[in-house]
Design a protein around this ligand. Structure first.
Ligand code: FPP
Length: 254
């Protein structure tokens, strides 16, 4: 607890990342290390979700996006996919009250049409019941992949060109961004991946062009508030140059 206070004290609240994206990895290995089925790891990942969302909201982070189920995850054994879907339904339902108590709005990105009806319904209900909350937006990326989202945006743009609403010369980065799943979601300044894997695995590909990456060796079910604080402190010690020189950045600050 005291250690947490020390870490919180080391965070500059005026320079918080507005949006933190998280690849929650390592549930399967966490379970296997304990001689359990992979699903046991997913179940225990829920506590890490709770702690992370709570810690981010308490600090004043405005958006958190969790990679909860990728397009590629559909290729896992049916038993695991079914268990994950069931876990989503149960967790989303159980957490509505906590989300409301913490003034957190639940939202989602991804191919939601491909989710099974029960999950979709539960999700829509939770999004509706938390829609009035304003402290932080918690996005679940479900049946999501960055390439899928870019293809989806391309389809929207091609449709506009086809029906004469848009001239191809008018296609620019701003327009492409506005065709992403959640156009009001700012690009993440910080992306955290757990479990010691150094990949971004098709997550928010368009939005992470200039995102700082933080890799934690912790397996997701072990991730706690202090791990989020450490990632933010590390982020705040970096110099973000966006293609400029270090001198230019220092002069701008002056
Ligand atoms: C990756 O670990 C994790 C997932 C594919 C699912 C994440 C889901 C949860 C934490 C469940 C609850 C989430 C919400 C938002 C309600 P892995 O299975 O790839 O682990 P491994 O790399 O060790 O095999």
């Amino acid at each position: 607890m005291n250690e947490n206070l020390e870490l919180i004290g080391a965070i500059d609240k005026t320079r918080l990342p507005k949006h933190i994206a998280i690849i929650m990895d390592g549930n399967g290995r966490w379970a296997q290390q304990r001689g359990e089925e992979r699903v046991f790891g997913h179940n225990n990942g829920v506590q890490a979700v709770r702690e992370t969302a709570e810690a981010a909201a308490e600090l004043g982070v405005k958006f958190v996006t969790l990679y909860a189920f990728s397009t590629e995850n559909w290729n896992r054994p049916k038993q695991e996919v079914d268990a994950l879907m069931h876990l989503l339904v149960v967790t989303i339902n159980n957490e509505i009250k906590t989300l409301n108590d913490n003034n957190i709005r639940l939202r989602a990105i991804g191919n939601l049409e491909s989710l099974n009806p029960e999950v979709k319904l539960e999700l829509e209900e939770a999004m509706e019941k938390t829609s009035g909350n304003s402290r932080m937006d918690l996005f679940l990326a479900l049946s999501y992949s960055g390439r899928w989202e870019i293809v989806d945006a391309m389809r929207k743009i091609a449709g506009k060109v086809k029906n004469g609403e848009l001239n191809p010369d008018e296609i620019n980065e701003k327009l492409v961004s506005s065709c992403m799943n959640a156009p009001d979601l700012p690009d993440p300044e910080l992306l955290i991946r757990t479990s010691g894997e150094y990949r971004t695995s098709n997550f928010l590909m368009w939005q992470t062009a200039y995102t700082e990456l933080f890799f934690s060796s912790k397996l997701w079910p072990d991730f706690r508030k202090e791990d989020l604080y450490e990632a933010i402190i590390d982020f705040q010690h970096r110099e973000r140059r966006f293609g400029k020189t270090s001198e230019q950045i220092i002069n701008c600050k002056g």
